[in-house]
Each structure stands twice: as structure tokens, then as C-alpha cells.
Design a protein around this ligand. Sequence first.
Ligand code: ADP
Ligand code: MG
Length: 694
Amino acid sequence: MAATPLTDLKGVGPALAKKLEKLGLFVVEDLLFLLPLRYEDRTQLIRIGSLVAGTRCLAAGEVLLAEVAYRGRRNLLVRISDGSGQLTLRFFHFSRQQQAQFQPGVHVSCFGEVRRGSSGFEMIHPEYRILRESHATAMSDSLTPIYPATEGVQQGRLRNLTDQALRLMQRSPPVELLPENIRQELGMPSLADAIRYLHRPPPDADVEQMTEGRHPCQQRLAFEELLAHYLSLRNLRAMAETDAAIALRGGQRQVDAFIGGLPFDLTAAQARVVDEILGDLRNPHPMMRLVQGDVGSGKTVVAAIACLKAIACGVQVAIMAPTEILAEQHWRNFCAWFQPLGIEPAWLSGSQKASARRQALEAIADGSAGLVVGTHALFQEGVEFKRLALVVIDEQHRFGVHQRMALRDKGVGSDGHPHQLVMTATPIPRTLAMAAYADLDTSVIDELPPGRQPVTTIAVPDTRRGEIVERVRSAVAAGQQAYWVCPLIEESDVLQCQAAEETAAALAASLPDVSVGLVHGRMKAPEKQAVMDRFKAGEIQLLVATTVIEVGVDVPNASLMIIENSERMGLAQLHQLRGRVGRGSADSSCVLMYEPPLNNSAERRLRVLRETNDGFRIAEEDLHLRGPGEVLGTRQTGVMQMRVADLMRDRGMLPEVKLKKPTAEEFKDRFLHYLRYTCGLELRHARPADHLIA
Ligand code: ADP
Ligand code: MG
């Protein structure tokens, strides 16, 4: 059935097959996995006298009269009666034939929403059927499934097609992938039983439970889907374990000297994560490690230590950041750390001049550049490394599983695959990490450097702008520095920068004793850098900025953060912005300005920020508010495009998914079948693997 084309079904020609493709339906088996969105109860006929306005019901009766009315819009009125009362059916679109069907005395059944009309109850555009005899039954013997519709494919048609598919399933059931013992233990029905039930539930089925997706039959499918995704990622992982990589065994002396020369001691958490990473790098198989840590936990220096070890072993390292401003910041940090050690870094970005690019490419190709820093430009055509052995990806949430796979392939050379170190900007909720990063090992830096002051956060309506300006004045008078973040204007970069310019001018006017600087996304890189340098040096006391400073910027003397129109921003973004202060020893605060009135979700976001500085808690809240797709970034969602499962609803299953994975033996033959769920994931690389799953 997995290979039976839809055109084998009665009534499906090439034209309909095209439309069905839009629903993702290609073969008959796909129809079985097209699950209803909801169900309607047409198993009971409601007497017209007991209809209730606002409900959707099945009713039936004899036509008393049918007439075209011209009051307002032209419409066809059909009045029916079943002896207990009268009901009007109203059609705004109708054909002459339709009109002719409704002869007085004919029996019809109809299903629709009951409303109170000008003369009693009515239904507008009900689904209806002409009954051949008055006692013909209009009732269904199962709940009526409502399928996701596509243009030009009616519900009736989809019901007919699924009927045919279900009949075919009777003869050749789909392959059962969940091992018997797992199904028994979790009390889950067989695949065929679950599918049949969900397409044609009996009249006594719990509609509410099914609408919420919590019925055991749905949960069974969701479980299998989550398992399929998990196994796919683990398969990627298993492949990496057989891939070759350069084992980086030297460099310890240089690493120790570097750590000893830092102006601070590593926190215990940093030291632990460094050990985990250096351990991985010694293996002849590529490291695939995710480092999570809250804003300011000191991820950069951890990455630097990994890089230094690799470079000391005579190989090359690439650091990739999602934006130019962040890549530039890494560039400067790494230059400052590494140039004194005689390591020559190279810079690659999309906006650089051709001559500079050519020079960088040469240094990368002949190996004289030990370290390369850049944006996505790092992995474009024409970039050839001499001996790339480690790739560091900063701010992972913008890189998805597909990019990880592409990287894995691009970095491959005669020495094998590069080691991969992935660092997140803000913590990823546990649920998502389990589902989306199952191919990576995880390290968590769960401690901030000593002496950090928690940031006090308040929310203030923008009607009190004057007070906030005063606050800036006194902070600056006390020798502190401040950020003023201007609102995000989604529609236009230009408008956003203009707004920032105006804000900077207005603030400079009302704070004549304060030196005000401005940085925004449309300034050239050197201009931006000059402003940032003056802020860092304390020459600029108030930095007005757009959200370009969201990630990475590090000026410890800044202790006041003002965010305008904070109600428009997401939790993760606000937490990142707030993370720019609280880096020094001064008491820091963050003022979330908002334009009242706040809607519920904005109010909740601001409340969460006032209540906690803990990025892990904020991440969980963010997941509740925005859902998995948004939290991970939209293109990230290869893993998240699930058919049945819902990561929020079904996350309770995830631990079971990890636990109950089939053994290698059971798993062997099943793997490719899981493609019925995971074709969204690029599993071209997939191969059934018996060495799988640690
Ligand atoms: P993030 O994890 O947000 O990327 P950074 O790596 O930018 O954080 O580090 C934030 C700041 O903390 C930097 O100024 C860095 O030099 C400093 N830092 C990192 N580790 C420590 C430490 N163990 N003790 C004190 N300061 C540290
Ligand atoms: Mg960082």
C-alpha cells in the first residue's frame, strides 16, 4: 500500500491527484496518515423542537415550502418540519437544479450550525441530503471526521477516499513498527487499530479527548513519530561515530599556559565543560557537542580554549557567527588572545572587499591562517581549508539540523570530518533540546562568574519617560554607563534607524551633560566599531542602539539598560538585551518601557522578566508562549514539522521515547519504514544501521 498510487483509487484522476499532492498525499498509505482535525456528531438525529442555537446538529424533516427571497441578498429559503417544529435552510449560492430538488413533501436531512433567524431556527448553507423515503436513515454509524481541506477537495470526497484506503488496509495492513513489548507496556493499540479508530470513531468516542489529541490512538501515533525523529537524529549521530576525524592529542602545555594567563579563574562549570570538550577532541571521531549557558556565563573563553588546543596541534579552526557584529566581536577577542601567541587569524564576511577576500582565501588554503572567523560566508563555494579540524558555531538557535548536516559534508577532507562545537546564545528548553538536538552531546555551563549582580528589572509605561531620562542622568553622574534600546520596526530597517537617530537627538537635547552615541544596523562596520570602542573606553556614556546590540556585546561598566517598546519583543530577545548589563560589580538595572495597554501575553513576558534572571526558566516560559517552531527559529524546524505529535502537548512522552527505543536487533529492519514520518528530515544519508543507538 505504501507504493500504491492514489490514481488506483476509484474517482481519482490526474487532476484530483494534483490537488491531493498539495495535502502531501502521494500514495494510498498517505491517506491513512491524513488524520482528521476534528469530529462532528452526526450519529444522532435531533428533533427540530429540541434544537439549541449555537450547536452543530443533524436534523431532518419534510419540505413545506421553498422560495427565493429578495430581501437584502437574493437567497433560497427552504422550510422543513418534522412535526416537532419548523426549521429554515437558507442558501445564498444555489443552482436552478438545487432549487428544483426541494419540492414540498420531499424528505431531507441537514447538518449545520443552528441559529436564531427572523422566523425561528435556521441553518445557513447546511450540508444536506435528499432522503428517498421519509423513514430512510440520515444518521452515520460513526462520528464524522473533518479533514484538513485543500482547495477543490471537499470533505465528502476525502471521506470517500479514506473509506477506500481503510478497506485496502483491511487486506494489507501497514507495517507495525512498534515492538510488541513496548506497545504492551505502554498500553498502546496496534497501528492498524489506531488508524481505523481515528478515521471512523464509534459514536461513544470521547470527542473532546480526540480534539485535544490526547486519545490513546493519537498518542500511539505521536509516540511513534517522536521515536522516528529521535532515531533519525541518533542515526546521524551513529554515523558520526564511525566517521573519521583528526584526534587532537597535543596542545596541553599551551592550553594550561593560556588558562593560567587569563585575568580570572575559570568557574567550576567552565572547567568541567572545557574538560568534556578537550576529551572529545582527543577521539579519532568527530565531536558533536552543544554548549549551553546563560547570557554572560562565559562561553566564549571556553570556545577559545578548544580552538587553542586544535591550533596547537597544527590544524585549522573556523568560528562561525550568525551576524557580522558578533563575528567582529569574536574577531577582536580572538585576535587579542591569539596574536600574542603567534597565531594569525583570518577574517571572512559577505561584505568584504574582493582583494581582502582573496588574501584571506589564500591564507586559509595554504594553512597560514590557523583560525578563521566569519559569518555564513565561511562555508560558501571557493573556501578551501588546508586542514580544518574544528568548527565552532556560535548562537546555535539559528542553525538547524540541515545546516549541521551541510557543514558535516562541506568540512570533509582527506583527514575526515571536522569536530563540531555548537554554542547557544540563550538556553534551550529541555524538551526542545531533547527532541531537536538528539544528535549532539550536551554540556551546560550552569554557573555565572563570581561577583555578578543580579539585574533588577522594572516595567514602566512610556508615559513616565521623563522619570527614566532622569534616571539615566543620575546613573551617568555616578560614573556609570547606560544603553537605550530603540524599538524594533519589523517592516523597515530604514525607519528603525531613523527612529534611533531621532531618539538619540532628543536624548542628547534633554541630557546636555551626557555624551550620547548612536549605533544601528545600517552603519558601516568601521563606523559601528568606532562607536563601540568609544563606549567601551567610557567616552560615550549613553549608547542609543537598535537591537544590533542584542547578542555578544560586552562592556562591564554599563549598568543601566533601557528598552523601549519592550512589549513588542520576545522573551529570549529581552533576556539577551538585559544580559548586556550586570557584567561588572555595580548594581545593575533594566527598565522595560512599554506602551499601555498591555495584552495578556506581553504582560506575562514582562512579568517573567521581572521575576527571574534565570535563562533556563525564561526559555521554558518562552516555549509555552511561542511554541517550538518559533523558539527554535523558523528554518530550524526540520525536526519540528511533525504530523501527529505536538512537542508541547506530548513532551511527557520524550523520556519514554529515549528509554523505549527498540534494540538494534528489532530496529534493523524498521529504520527505513520510519521515513513515512521523517521525509521532512533529510535522510538521504540514512542507512539501516545495526551498530546503532548507544
Ligand atoms: P556569553 O556566555 O554570554 O557568551 P561571554 O563569553 O561574552 O558570555 O563572557 C561574558 C564576560 O565574562 C566576558 O567579559 C568574559 O571575559 C567574562 N568572563 C568569562 N569567564 C569568566 C570568569 N570565569 N570569571 C570572570 N569573568 C569571566
Ligand atoms: Mg556569547
